[in-house]
Design a protein around this ligand. Structure first.
Ligand code: MG
Length: 266
């Protein structure tokens, strides 16, 4: 009898504590990025993928230079965020503090002496620059913040770090017209990016299946003309998950429901 009473007390203790723990488990939308951010910041596999991308880029560039030894008009178009610059600390800080980053903190972070970069990226661009290839930075950072980014590119001693080589976003989210501007005057031998919108317009605002099929339609260009860096945290692939609906307007529960609906099981 005493034993039975003891078991009931112990069981009810654990059940009530388990329920408390479940009640107190609150996940924010930012928390959904925990695993991908840790992949970017801690996985040696992420680092190896970046080195793999830039080693491939260097091999391709060397081949092109060998084939066109006297060509003076060669250029590379590169994206910046998550292709050359690593912004994961901003998103990580939001998870750690549970707060949005204010403008002052963001500027302080940008002025850090050891701003993180994507492994291998700075070295590759410096190598290409040393071979006389012009580098154009096509970024969807707003053109209003061009000077801040320019000072970062200069601090990193990146080649062609000047405003004539930086085509930032003014009102057109698409990078296509900016790519065409460069291609009009230069022989663009390679494009670098973490978002397939960095390469071709065909990936913009398309469904998951349309993006997958467009990737297959140019499958021989990946690792040749197009060098892709991994970005598990954000990008057009994420917009496609939510059908280009404003994900910020969704609650975390709504987001999880939508994500699970896309997930393939058997
Ligand atoms: Mg990017």
């Amino acid at each position: 009898m005493l034993l039975k009473k003891f078991i009931i007390i112990v069981t009810s203790f654990f059940v009530s504590h388990l329920t408390d723990a479940q009640d107190s488990l609150q996940i924010s939308s930012e928390d959904l990025k925990l695993y991908p951010l840790l992949f970017q910041q801690t996985a040696a596999e992420y680092r190896a993928l970046c080195y793999q991308a830039f080693n491939t880029a260097r091999m391709r560039l060397d081949e092109t230079l060998k084939q066109h030894p006297h060509e003076k008009n060669l250029a590379i178009i590169t994206d910046l965020d998550e292709t050359i610059l690593d912004n994961s600390e901003i998103e990580a800080q939001k998870i750690k503090t549970g707060k949005e980053i204010n403008y002052k903190d963001w500027i302080n972070w940008l002025n850090k002496p050891d701003l993180p970069t994507v492994p291998g990226g700075v070295e590759f661009l410096q190598y290409a620059g040393s071979k006389g290839v012009q580098i154009f930075y096509i970024s969807n950072r707003n053109v209003k913040g061009l000077q801040i980014t320019l000072s970062i590119l200069q601090k990193l001693q990146l080649p062609d770090a000047d405003t004539s080589h930086m085509l930032f976003m003014s009102n057109d989210y698409s990078k296509e017209s900016r790519r065409q501007m460069v291609m009009k005057d230069y022989d663009v031998v390679m494009l670098l990016g973490d978002n397939l919108n960095d390469f071709m317009k065909v990936f913009e605002s398309r469904s998951i299946n349309e993006r997958l099929s467009a990737t297959g339609s140019v499958k021989n260009d990946w690792g040749k003309k197009f060098i892709v860096l991994p970005n598990p945290v954000y990008g057009e692939w994420e917009n496609a998950l939510f059908n280009y609906q404003d994900a910020d307007s969704l609650s975390v529960e709504q987001k999880i429901d939508k994500l699970k609906a896309v997930l393939k099981g058997f």
